[in-house]
Design a protein around this ligand. Structure first.
Ligand code: SF4
Length: 63
């Protein structure tokens, strides 16, 4: 499971960071990035929740 963040869409609302701080962080520009390349199995549910919570639909997951 890999995550992509569309930086043309991301507005830095940080819902993803609050939902899954082990996966997402905001960079100095206020946009999200992933902390690690892949997602550990135990964190997949949080990644999926972040996809749903992102108001810009900026997060996509490739399984
Ligand atoms: S929730 Fe969406 S818009 Fe907000 S920081 Fe995360 S990816 Fe960006």
């Amino acid at each position: 499971m890999d995550i992509e963040i569309d930086l043309d869409k991301c507005q830095g609302y940080a819902q993803c960071v609050h939902e899954a701080p082990e996966i997402f962080k905001l960079n100095e520009s206020g946009q999200a990035h992933t902390v690690a390349a892949g997602i550990a199995n135990e964190n997949e549910k949080y990644a999926l929740a972040a996809v749903d919570l992102c108001p810009m639909q900026a997060i996509s997951i490739n399984t």
